[in-house]
Design a protein around this ligand. Structure first.
Ligand code: UDP
Length: 357
């Protein structure tokens, strides 16, 4: 192990951990906290009231949530509600900062970047999405200029959405492989998994299911109810079934039964934790060749990369999916996306920051 550190992990302020409101960063916070603690680092996670994490100490903070920025336009100004969870979280961080070597920010929000030079304890920023709004781009770029070593991202495609791509530490993602069982023989359905919101373009997966008549099971938090209703109206006879938002234990059991996972993001997906969860179960991934999934899927081996926004492309891929080896999928997850590998990358990053500090 590297030198043991005292770390304060600042979670997303858009919702409590475990609710799905924060998307993939919830799983990332759980995984990185668990792995770093297991390596002997002392840590606490600061997160909204009601958050639950497995085997990790959480300081719960009350207040009103931030609005998820991906629902807003490029020009949207920064807003902070009264009695803000984000503000309260950073108030707490200010009070306890001297007890820690490093603060790690997981919020895709303006305030933690702005506060960076005002804190005595260094703050590392893990950015969980690509470029979203001008105001955020600006503060992130300003922070990257001030501290070029303190910005971490999931993937190269994500980093390239920012002007400060060169300063980004590429950290990728990982899952606790022991929680995901390999399933050699799938059922008849394919799966779609994630937040039900326009940037995820679930309608493309539904359109492909409607053409192929292969049943599609949908899992995840309904973030935008109108959008979900519109999809149901547009495809009244599509063979789809909404299965709810499941915890990891139930999700992996269900997911393993799928012939494939469809990933149809309209935006530049920063990573796509659902891709590596599928691979860990032995499920090949059919994804648009765009953003994070295009760096994960090995085209023709552990899935298919399809021309972005092409429904015929999805259809062809679905029709060829059973030719792929499910064992190869699990193997890729084991070799590239294990928690120890992620822990190594984060430790190297933290050491660089603390040495420079
Ligand atoms: N997820 C879940 N239960 C579900 C559906 C999804 O826990 O029923 C989680 C999934 O494990 C993943 C996250 O939702 O961690 C989606 O993250 P991803 O990185 O794919 O996309 P994001 O939401 O960050 O854009």
């Amino acid at each position: 192990m590297n030198q043991a550190r005292k770390l304060l992990l600042m979670s997303t302020p858009v919702g409590a951990l475990g609710t799905g409101q924060g998307g993939g960063v919830e799983l990332t916070v759980q995984n990185i906290a668990q792995e770093l603690q297991q390596r002997g680092h002392q840590l606490e996670v600061v997160a909204p009231l009601g958050s639950c994490l497995k085997d990790v100490r959480v300081k719960e903070i009350a207040g009103n949530f931030q609005v998820a920025v991906q629902t807003q336009s490029k020009d949207v100004p920064i807003t902070i509600p009264r009695n803000s969870t984000l503000g309260n979280m950073w108030q707490y961080a200010r009070q306890v900062q001297t007890q820690y070597d490093l603060l790690v920010n997981f919020a895709f929000d303006w305030l933690p970047f702005y506060l960076t030079p005002f804190f005595a304890t260094p703050i590392a920023h893990f950015i969980s999405m690509g470029s979203m709004t001008h105001a955020l781009d600006e503060i992130m770029e300003w922070t990257a200029k001030l501290h070029p070593d303190r910005i971490g991202v999931y993937t190269k495609s994500q980093a390239e959405t920012f002007a400060f791509a060169e300063s980004c530490e590429i950290l990728s993602s990982a899952i606790d492989l022991s929680l995901y069982n390999f399933c050699a023989t799938p059922g008849k359905s394919i799966a779609w998994l994630g937040r039900i919101a326009p940037e995820k373009a679930l309608e493309d997966a539904v359109a492909a299911a409607n053409i192929t008549k292969v049943p599609l099971k949908i899992y995840g938090k309904i973030q935008d109810r109108e959008y979900w209703q519109q999809i149901q109206q547009d495809f009244p006879t599509a063979p789809i079934e909404y299965m709810g938002f499941l915890n990891t234990e139930s999700l992996q059991q269900e997911l393993g039964q799928a012939r494939a996972l469809l990933m149809t993001p309209r935006w530049i997906e920063a990573f796509g934790n659902v891709a590596i969860e599928a691979l860990a179960c032995g499920v090949p991934v059919i994804a648009y060749r765009r953003g994070g999934p295009s760096e994960i899927v090995r085209d023709g081996i552990t899935g298919f990369l399809v021309e972005p926004d092409s429904i015929p492309g999805l259809v062809t891929a679905i029709e060829s999916i059973d030719s792929l080896s499910r064992i190869a999928c699990r193997q890729q997850a084991e070799t590239e996306y294990s928690l120890p590998a992620l822990g190594d990358r984060f430790e190297v990053w933290f050491d660089k920051i603390l040495t420079a500090h």
